[in-house]
Design a protein around this ligand. Sequence first.
Ligand code: PLP
Length: 352
Amino acid sequence: MEIKLIKSKNSKISNVDYDNLGFCKYYTDHMFICDYIDGSWQNFIIQPFQDLSLSPACTTLHYGQTIFEGLKAYRNQEGEILIFRPDKNAERFNKSAERMCMPKIPEDIFIKSIEELLSVEKAWVPEGEKNSLYIRPISFALDPYIGIKPADNYKFMIICGMAGGYYSEPVNVKIETHYTRAVSGGVGFSKTAANYAAALYPAVEAQKEGYHQLIWTDGKSHEFVEESGTMNLFFVINNQLVTPPLGDTVLDGVTRDSIIHLSKLLNIDVDVRKVSVKEVISSLESGSMSEAFGAGTAATIAPIKSIGYNNKKYNLPEISEKSISNTLLNKLSNIKFGRELTELNWLKKISK
Ligand SMILES: *Cc1c(COP(=O)(O)O)cnc(C)c1O
């Protein structure tokens, strides 16, 4: 795989306000782009970050045949750059692609293109425990065609944006029992545009009521909690860490998988099982739920401070230093920054 490099003439990096990184407020100087034509991926290029030119009939704009990924790179104390579990994102990208009738990307091309882009953009991986470079691979249909069928031509691209701390404050979430994010047999497990477009209206309604996010329930009976926004859900009930199972309505988060794995290493009792709304409310009422948090690449672990249900707000206790979520967050950070050597093989170092 040959990647052509067209370097940008002027770097934008001097514009960065490091005290105020936000989330993808600053895109890096370059992007990776390639084409799927005649049944194969080709024309691999790293070029200056720039706008695209598309036909107004481009099928993605009309019918949404598009998928994405999200992962992060960190700078360790030695100044080296480490990418966290890109193989998991490659795998999930291809699951999303299959469901959306899109061409898969060989995992080695997916990972190599990230590595090559990052080796050009090294300077953009910020220092600091809370900071990282967010990597956003995306693929979309290109055919200028009005009509419903899988396209013949696609693009695969990678852009990167700097990321500071995400939600700094614990969040208020609302259990959604009217609107539905995903149904069995649908596309909920796929990181495809439709899931996010469909979630906007219910989320905006909840924001008007003062919530940050929704807790989605199953589309059939709204009896079981599934996930929250772009995060998987964890609860600590009777000192046991509990998370709903996967399936085709829940996105298979890399953070979720990492947390389950690390819990086992830390001897934290973890149970993957269905969690009913009833159980959430009764354990909040009785005080047996001591923690609740979302888990995803963007925020890592987002503590939940209150859960709304049926016009009632239930508060969670304040998070202590010794909480399970803090223990897991520290462990995860130690691994991501390469401070703790493990046999997990979760880090890919940019060597050049
Ligand atoms: C991306 C995403 C997650 C979290 O996945 P990570 O791999 O941990 O970032 C969870 N739920 C939804 C709906 C998502 O889009």
